[in-house]
Design a protein around this ligand. Sequence first.
Ligand code: PHB
Length: 388
Amino acid sequence: MNIPKRHLLAWAIALAVAPWAHAQSDNTVKIGLILPMTGQQASTGRQIEAAVKLWQAQNGTKAGGKTVEVIIKDDAAVPDTTRRLAQELVVNDKVAVLAGFGITPAAMATAPIATQSKTPMIVMAAATSAITEASPFIVRTSFTLPQATVPIAEWAAKNGIKKAVSLVADYGPGFDAEKYFDSQFRLNGGQMLDKLRTPLRGPDFAPVLQKVRDLSPDALFVFLPSGQGAQFMKQFGERGLDKAGIRLIATGDVTDDDQLNDMGDVALGVVNSHHYSAAHPSAVNKKFVDAFQAANKFRPNFMAVGGYDGMRVIYNALNATKGQGGEALLNAMKGQLFESPRGQVLIDAQTRDIVQDVYIRKVERVNGQLWNVEFDVQKAVKDPGKLK
Ligand code: PHB
């Protein structure tokens, strides 16, 4: 079902007639969780689904006096599908919350539906800065690319890297990473030799890696969405860039905990910055990782933590509103402060975006496994994309 734009107003009016009247008549609150369960972003869906299930296994299915029912839908990371599923979830299922959103275009396509239906929309994965500005009903529990990129750009310039090339996926989060790496690296005295991009779908890294080899920078900075890191790393090694003395630096999306352990020696020593490592040394994280691995037989990555914390934000808000939805529920999400497996986080009440620590990490082998080992931190980083 594809709804033409001109019909959206009629939908908006229909929806304004308090879908909550229905939802409140029974004692269930529904969350419509839209994830890429198939296709190239399927690891994101698998991680978030597992985290949401873990949250409910640990915290029960009741919040604000209601039973919380999660309805999972697979959008295969196709934005038209995301939008259609969101419409159906709001109109037919009368969900109180939309959640998930594996990639930026999926979140952007859904934003107008959240606005028109006054449904809080929790972005658990997508990370382009501008997403939270697309609807006043969006709250983000993942991260932003400017947030993750600025610390590694600064680290690089201050640690002997003078000339760099950037390589990013050719869409929203890649543009953010490219822009914020460029400005922060140059601000700290670095020089950019080139800025390269690969397509979101089915990228071939061979031609760009050849180009990087020819340019011979001190370092290559990379952002690729979760799921592409292992393939990239393999080709980086096969083309001998590591042996040619070109350092690889990245956002933690590339050294993703979902794939890191299978990447092999080529990943060793890669310095990267991100908001979550499964190796984060806190009691809260250890408990999270142990429970997650016991339930799933795979390691949680940053997507899992975005999903887990997203559930916490929803549960906290439902408890505060006693199960009431709409704008009241949204308002109860703003300003939440809690200890996540990643560290202390805040949902900024003005921007509805997440404020969090960003860590500088190095891939190391510990007890036979590869981990992102944190060795430095920038505390309480607000999305630099909002500081314009
Ligand atoms: C996004 O599309 O916003 C996105 C997806 C995967 C990532 C980061 C950002 O790892």
